[in-house]
Design a protein around this ligand. Structure first.
Ligand SMILES: NC(=O)c1ccc[n+]([C@@H]2O[C@H](COP(=O)([O-])OP(=O)(O)OC[C@H]3O[C@@H](n4cnc5c(N)ncnc54)[C@H](OP(=O)(O)O)[C@@H]3O)[C@@H](O)[C@H]2O)c1
Length: 266
């Protein structure tokens, strides 16, 4: 992100995701003086002022030029209308399941709306988000939204209809990985390791494997082959994993998430 992209921005909702985005922007060099967070909870406003010195916090939306909707989904459409009313010409919504049609019609014709599906690893600057712009967006509107989410991870552009699939992979995905971590920890204890040792090994296993996957140019299948000698320990483990139906289980998991996301969106 270059300094030309640093423009005033108003977040509505300073909870988990709103605060993660603010932290990411500050880390990426966005001046605190350009950031306003509208937050209904006074205790949370006090916390935000301590966590992010120099930002402005406010109970209500005041005049602004660009906004991010980071409140819970039921409040997203009215928040979008309020931001447009307050002068925002660009709005980015991260509210799950609230479509561009409803948001753009609440915003009117003078405000371009971009919708995104981020995920919680954004809290540690490792998010994976999909974004989609309404028909009213031009290239610079989408690039603006990308620069905000890009401060806390990877961003991909997709058609809006694919945001359900993005939700099923990266939105809900951290929960799948945490479930794998839970199962590995309990299997490690069954195999005789003390719980604290199992906890430390499994956490680092996931971090190390993810880092290898991120930095390597090899495919996941090749990385797996690299650690699987014929007739070895890993080969026996992978055979058991495949026989237990791991691929079918993951397919069913993602399909269930896509269906539920579509259902909630309608
Ligand atoms: N967390 C995730 O993994 C995730 C992933 C993708 C998308 N999202 C989306 O991100 C959005 C925010 O989620 P979150 O997890 O950050 O929720 P959250 O932690 O509950 O944060 C929302 C914050 O907004 C405040 N608020 C509610 N109504 C407001 C209003 N009208 N004006 C100003 N502030 C208001 C809430 O205060 P009170 O608590 O006092 O109501 C709360 O502090 C949701 O739409 C969600 O769908 C979240």
């Amino acid at each position: 992100m270059n300094s030309a992209a640093h423009t005033p921005i108003t977040f509505v909702g300073g909870g988990n995701m709103g605060a993660a985005l603010v932290a990411g922007l500050l880390k990426a060099g966005w001046p605190a003086s350009l950031i306003t967070v509208v937050e209904s909870s006074s205790a949370r406003r006090e916390q935000l002022n301590i966590l992010y010195p120099g930002i402005t916090t406010s109970e209500k939306i005041v005049a602004c030029t660009a906004g991010v909707i980071a409140v819970k989904p039921p409040a997203a459409v009215e928040t979008c209308a309020a931001l447009a009313q307050a002068g925002a010409t660009r709005v980015l919504s991260i509210a799950a399941g609230i479509g561009l049609g409803a948001l753009q019609s609440a915003a009117g014709t003078k405000t371009a709306v971009v919708r995104a599906m981020p995920n919680t690893p954004a809290l540690v600057g490792e998010g994976a988000a999909g974004i989609s712009g309404s028909n009213q967006c031009n290239e610079s509107d989408i690039a603006w939204a990308e620069s905000i989410l890009g401060a806390v991870g990877t961003v991909v552009r997709v058609e809006e209809k694919l945001l359900d699939a993005v939700t099923a992979i990266s939105g809900s995905g951290p929960a799948y990985i945490f479930l794998v971590a839970e199962a590995l920890m309990s299997s490690a204890v069954t195999a005789g390791l003390p719980a604290d040792v199992a906890d430390a090994l499994v956490r680092q296993l996931l971090v190390g494997s993810a880092r290898l996957l991120q930095l390597s140019t090899e495919s996941p299948a090749q990385l797996r082959a690299n650690v699987t000698s014929p007739n070895g320990v890993t080969a026996a483990a992978i055979q058991a994993f495949e026989q237990a139906g791991i691929r079918d289980a993951i397919e069913a998991t993602v399909q269930a998430a896509v269906s539920r996301s579509r259902e909630m969106g309608s």
